[in-house]
Design a protein around this ligand. Structure first.
Ligand code: C2E
Ligand code: MG
Ligand code: MG
Ligand code: MG
Length: 282
């Protein structure tokens, strides 16, 4: 009996691995034509000032619709792109796409907002990263003062000295840096203090099971205080209901992002629902 169960487990395990490998292979093959078939696109999710309720910026989030598999999550395809060495060209494409969109909005007379773009640690640690960002700025006409690069906490904490040099250089260019998924990595407070980062993005896992959970509340409250004490703005991601939003407002959080405000959406939809026309000067 038990032997039989054991064997079933092994068979199921093998099946699972086989499926996973097959899917990875299918996705890898899919990458080959994805660009020319225009299967990649970018959605934008608002970052909202909690106090005023107004749009402060957006985060560009990559999407892929595979012709036979359907929509694939970036949580699944980004790691495969990283492993395949594709993340550099794809990451550059997302950055360029986001900058182009920003310039398009300005061209439509919209008030400028901050454009956030996620950067893989692999992109960040390659020698040509800064020149490639500069190239995209030049090619698109993006104003670097409105560009924000989102770097995960864990990647910022690696290879310490280099990271600080690169971040300083980006800051000299006018670019803002945010620390993404904060609270999920390992941070030394001493190092955090040394990081030239403007925005702390608290990971959405801290809002799970939130209402009435005093421990969760204590943790988020502490992180907001920590960010402010280090002269950073604090954004909490994953806001899904009014309770969380009101609580964060009371606690002095600066920015929020989440499904309660808006899911990631097309540039057109974001612009129609959230954006103001810039006041005409002189
Ligand atoms: P992230 O940068 O932390 O992005 C936030 C993720 O949380 C997004 O998932 C967003 O759709 C989701 N989200 C936002 N608000 C809520 C909410 O209220 N509830 C819930 N349950 N989820 C919410 P998405 O778009 O699937 O992206 C997942 C991750 O994939 C991103 O996490 C980021 O690490 C990575 N990613 C996405 N686009 C890119 C990209 O262009 N380049 C790189 N390197 N990574 C990317
Ligand atoms: Mg992000
Ligand atoms: Mg995040
Ligand atoms: Mg996250």
């Amino acid at each position: 009996e038990s032997k039989k169960n054991g064997k079933n487990c092994v068979t199921e395990f093998n099946e699972e691995i086989r499926h996973k490998l097959e899917r990875t292979m299918l996705l890898e093959q899919g990458f080959e034509h994805a660009f020319e078939q225009e299967e990649f696109y970018v959605l934008y999710q608002p970052k909202v000032n909690v106090k005023s309720g107004s749009l402060e910026g957006v985060e560009a989030l990559m999407r892929w619709t595979h012709p036979s598999v359907g929509p694939v999550s970036p949580v699944e395809f980004i790691p495969i792109m990283e492993e395949k060495g594709m993340i550099h060209s794809v990451g550059r494409w997302v950055l360029k796409e986001a900058c182009r969109q920003w310039v398009r909005w300005i061209g439509e007379g919209k008030e400028p907002i901050v454009m956030g773009v996620n950067i893989s640690p692999l992109q960040f640690s390659r020698e040509d990263f800064i020149p490639s960002v500069q190239e995209v700025l030049d090619e698109t006409g993006m104003d670097p003062n409105y560009l924000e690069l989102e770097l995960t906490e864990s990647s910022a904490m690696k290879c310490e000295a280099d990271v600080i040099v690169i971040l300083d250089r980006l800051r000299e260019m006018g670019i803002k840096i945010s620390l993404d998924d904060f609270g999920t990595g390992y941070s030394s407070f001493r190092y955090l203090k040394a990081l030239p980062v403007e925005i702390l993005k608290i990971d959405r896992s801290f809002l799970e099971d939130f209402e009435g959970n005093e421990e969760q509340e204590a943790i988020v409250r502490s992180m907001i205080t920590l960010g402010h004490n280090l002269n950073m703005k604090v954004l909490v991601e994953g806001v899904e209901d009014a309770y969380q939003m009101d609580w964060l407002k009371r606690e002095g959080c600066d920015l929020i992002q989440g499904f309660y405000l808006s899911r990631p959406d097309t540039a057109e939809a974001i612009s129609a629902r959230w954006m103001n026309i810039a006041a005409v000067s002189n």
